[in-house]
Ligand binder design. Structure first.
Ligand SMILES: *Cc1c(COP(=O)(O)O)cnc(C)c1O
Length: 229
């Protein structure tokens, strides 16, 4: 199938899952996870109507942003783990950073955003499966990081992000998605701050994520086809 056909199918699945959960499909953003994909594929997706793109690496993202600068209304998100020494470029080029997971990075993002005269929107990435190999703050340490970040003048936290442990069975992701939603609800209540976004769900489980409250689903292979690593 073409990228366009994939996109239309993904949209339908999102709509179906939203209806099932009694949600408005329009509040759900489909984000194309475009790492390693060639620019031509991104353009195909754009022409099919995709306006949100998520890149994993700052450098690769900057190249794509440059290549697509003639295409209007694109929202560029950084979805991969962020090294502190790249925060400067992340702040310069990305509208939303999904991967804030430590105080040191919050310090650096805040400092760089100040220099840019910008309020940087971020999500806090939570390591919901407490996996050694994954980015993200542990659920037990989330509140402390959140409170710390709230004090940063040039950062606005808009919600949470997660990547559950990999499984062939999409239902295995459901409890992790529910956990992320519950963590969000608790923070909202305790700190009296709206956290509109839950970034969760990828190619194999995004319908389940929508049922559990996702507002941003990050889709790579299902949209663009296999990656060329
Ligand atoms: C690659 C990636 C995705 C998309 O993965 P697919 O399984 O190809 O849909 C989503 N989120 C992040 C953070 C990724 O790195």
């Amino acid at each position: 199938m073409s990228v366009k056909e994939n996109f239309l199918e993904i949209k339908q699945i999102v709509e179906g899952a939203a209806k099932k959960a009694g949600r408005n499909p329009e509040e759900i953003i489909i984000l194309g996870a475009s790492k390693t994909q060639p620019v031509e594929k991104l353009i195909e997706a754009y022409e099919a109507g995709l306006r949100y793109f998520g890149e994993n690496r700052v450098q690769e993202g900057m190249k794509k942003i440059e290549a697509l600068k003639g295409y209007k209304d694109i929202h560029w998100h950084l979805i991969g783990g962020l090294q502190t020494n790249k925060a400067k470029y992340a702040v310069k080029h990305f509208e939303l950073i999904h991967s804030l997971d430590r105080k040191e990075l919050a310090d650096e993002i805040d400092k760089r955003a100040k220099k840019e005269g910008k309020i940087q929107s971020v999500l806090i990435e939570v390591n919901v499966g407490e996996e050694e190999s994954k980015y993200g703050v542990k659920p037990a340490d989330l509140e402390e990081l959140f409170e710390y970040t709230l004090q940063k003048e040039n950062i606005n936290v808009l919600g949470l992000m997660c990547i559950p442990p990999y499984s062939e069975d999409k239902e295995a992701s459901r409890p992790y998605f529910a956990l992320l939603r519950n963590l969000r609800d608790k923070l909202e209540e305790k700190f009296n701050k709206k956290l509109p976004h839950l970034s969760m769900g990828m190619s194999n489980d995004f319908d389940v994520a929508v049922e559990e409250g996702a507002t941003i689903v990050r889709i790579g292979t299902r949209l663009f086809g296999e990656r060329n690593y």
